[in-house]
Ligand binder design. Structure first.
Ligand SMILES: [Zn+2]
Length: 336
């Protein structure tokens, strides 16, 4: 691994260590320090090399960085970040990066060690960990840790975009004005998106405004947009769904008459299919309402290959499935 001169990055390394380790006495305002400027002139032919873990972070970095950055995401479409392990090529990319952006809050559970090691050599920023703790959700089953799926609340994702803007300005102050302008434009589009998700959510009657998916990725979505959410697997896909989980959820669906459940692009559909079977065994029919992009973007070049398109796809899929008529009318359905 190429070992870089650590000294120019020390303040950033310090910031990361603060965000990561929760050192006492560290302040998040340390992100505003200005002495970790990159030691070369960033140009269009020699842009800042940024490596991110998820596609969502890569998308944000491209929007804010514009022509002054070259961004690579390690985790492509359909990749599950909870289970992802760094490959040999990833290590080379990471070692060559000017800046590494990852989600943090234990999303990249299997990459923790390598990311920690890189913190010693390269600015390595857990972007979600700059969100104030009061805004993070700490579900009881996660035993004191925060839920990492913050991108499902567009307003929280806007904070991530602001963090990326500040990091880029610190590293490359020469182009600060452009980073600010790009961020401003993108933040405006995100605010429009947030309002769109709010407005679409309200189309679904509260009694069936329930989102059932394979794993608990949607807690922030639930809080921001007024959905009740239920996941089969818990917060990380590393935990298996048990038979009793399937049974319990099947009962819930039948009792509430929930018309649709959803699969996720980064989680195998077998759990949701098992759930659908269990519901059918109770004389009710729940449809698979579509595929949601939960922990990874869609393919590049498709609308879902961007954060804006992913969020829009998800809310449109959820709302149209929940408002659709049931596939078959069972006696239970008629009792509603
Ligand atoms: Zn997840």
């Amino acid at each position: 691994m190429k070992v870089k001169n650590v000294l120019p990055y020390m303040p950033l390394v310090w910031v990361c260590a603060c965000l990561w380790g929760g050192w006492t006495g560290c302040s998040r305002s340390a992100l505003e320090r200005d002495n970790w400027q990159i030691q070369r002139k960033v140009t269009e032919t020699d842009p800042l090399k940024i490596v991110t873990t998820t596609g969502m972070i890569a998308d944000a970095a491209r929007r804010v960085g514009g022509r002054w950055v070259s961004v690579k995401a390690l985790m492509g479409p359909g990749i599950d970040p909870h289970l992802y392990k760094a490959r040999e090529g990833d290590v080379l990319l990471l070692a060559d990066a000017d800046l590494i952006l990852f989600n943090g809050l234990h999303l990249e559970g299997k990459m923790t060690d390598i990311l920690k090691q890189l913190t010693d050599y390269t600015p390595t920023v857990p972007v979600a960990e700059a969100i104030p703790e009061t805004l993070l959700i700490s579900p009881p089953e996660y035993e004191g840790n925060y839920d990492p799926h913050i991108w499902f609340d567009v307003r929280l994702w806007m904070m991530v975009v602001q963090t990326i803007r500040e990091v880029l300005i610190e590293l490359d102050s020469l182009h600060a004005r452009e980073y600010r302008r790009n961020a401003e434009e993108y933040l405006q589009r995100l605010e429009v998106l947030h309002q769109y998700v709010l407005q679409r959510s309200r189309e679904v009657p509260p009694s069936i405004r329930v989102l059932i998916t394979a794993h608990d990725a949607f807690n922030y979505f639930s809080r921001a947009y007024g959905f009740e959410v239920k996941g089969l697997q818990g917060i990380s896909t590393a935990a298996e769904a048990g038979i009793s989980d399937v049974r319990e959820l099947a009962e819930f669906i039948v009792q509430r008459g929930i018309p649709a459940v959803f699969v996720e692009t980064s989680v195998p559909p077998r759990y949701i299919e098992a759930l659908q079977e269990a519901v059918r065994a109770r004389g009710f029919e729940v449809r698979i309402g579509g595929s949601l992009f939960s922990d990874a973007l869609g393919s590049p070049g498709t609308p879902q290959g961007t954060y804006l398109g992913m969020v829009r796809h998800n809310i449109d899929t959820i709302v149209s499935a929940l408002l659709s008529r049931p596939l078959s009318v069972s006696s239970l359905w008629e009792k509603r």
